[in-house]
Design a protein around this ligand. Structure first.
Ligand code: AVI
Length: 317
């Protein structure tokens, strides 16, 4: 039984009982953890946008360059008149690159749980692609979803290596749900970050300007606001670790000393050096990714990487 949030705290205007319960569940576990989706409040989204342009964060610029390079090959494999379903709605630039590369695409449908994100993406696309039918879809992409009636062939799109933020069972569940939604005959284009030297990986998640640290620490600000928590931010520091056994970068918030922090009225004790694990970013080699894709019913049609082998783009069918 997990402790319940102190509902008297609900009087705080920004208090969110779901965030508070999620925080208590994670912080009372044997190994303290918080789900990565909590990183993305409006300030977290702003900081993540800033991360994508950092010199150390090779992920975004490498994927953009790869997409520019392989766009014509993707277009030749898909053929004319395709409808693109994007899982998540945070990457107007990447979706625009894909639509530009395809031969007379018929429709674009971004799917996201956040209605504002979907509407914003559709508004940006309407200006750039007035001839393409736009279908905003609000929903949870971890579940099979009824798609709008759009012309075939269907091309799912999931850039950014966001799949790396899911552990293996969740990644397989996601790939299975997408397969069920898109149906037989569809393709799925997925951006997947590759394993590489930790000397490149660790700075990408612990940059010199401290933007990723601010992104991680912002989670404590959020809990102070939305979970009636009393974190003293000076008592924690950001840490990025390469976990070779699991081929993943982990982000942690490390307690600088022994302390007790009240969260929704419950005392949460930290030993000196104890951490809250806030995010995993799995780096999948080609075979490891395809193994998960096959477990979800997909086959490989093509796989491209940049010359430095930093990032991969998989086309599944
Ligand atoms: C969104 N996701 C793919 C990013 C990543 O690289 O795992 C999130 C991120 N966390 C810290 N920096 C970037």
């Amino acid at each position: 039984m997990h402790p319940k949030p102190d509902l008297a705290r609900a009087a705080t205007s920004a208090f969110d009982p779901v965030v508070a319960q999620t925080a208590l569940d994670g912080l009372t576990a044997a190994r303290k953890t918080l789900p990565p989706h909590l990183l993305y409040d409006p300030e977290g989204c702003r900081l993540f946008d800033a991360i994508t342009t950092l010199p150390e964060y090779y992920v975004t610029r490498t994927e953009l360059a790869l997409l520019r390079r392989v766009g014509p090959e993707v277009a030749a494999l898909i053929g004319p008149g395709a409808s693109v379903i994007e899982y998540g709605a945070g990457s107007v630039t990447k979706a625009a690159l894909l639509l530009q590369a395809l031969e007379s695409p018929a429709a674009y449908a971004p799917l996201d749980i956040a209605e504002v994100a979907v509407e914003g993406t559709v508004a940006a696309m309407r200006k750039r692609f007035p001839a393409i039918a736009l279908h905003p879809i609000v929903g949870n992409f971890m579940e099979p979803i009824a798609l709008p009636d759009v012309p075939q062939p269907l091309l799912g799109f999931f850039p950014g290596s966001t799949i790396g933020n899911l552990d293996r069972p969740a990644a397989i569940a996601f790939l299975t749900a997408v397969r069920q939604s898109l149906g037989q005959g569809a393709r799925f284009l997925v951006g997947v970050d590759l394993p590489k030297d930790p000397a490149i990986l660790v700075p990408a998640y612990d940059d010199a300007a401290g933007v990723t640290a601010a992104f991680n620490m912002n989670l404590l600000h959020r809990l102070n606001r939305e979970a009636a928590a009393e974190f003293d931010l000076a008592g924690f520091r950001h840490e990025a670790r390469w976990n070779a056994a699991h081929s993943r970068i982990e982000m942690h918030l490390c307690s600088r000393g022994a302390q007790s922090v009240s969260v929704a009225g419950q005392p949460i004790r930290f030993a000196a050096g104890e951490t809250i694990h806030t995010e995993s970013s799995y780096k999948h080699a080609r075979g490891a990714f395809l193994d998960m894709a096959r477990a979800a019913g997909w086959e490989s049609e093509a796989c491209w990487t940049d010359d430095a082998q930093l990032f991969s783009m998989h086309l599944l069918r």
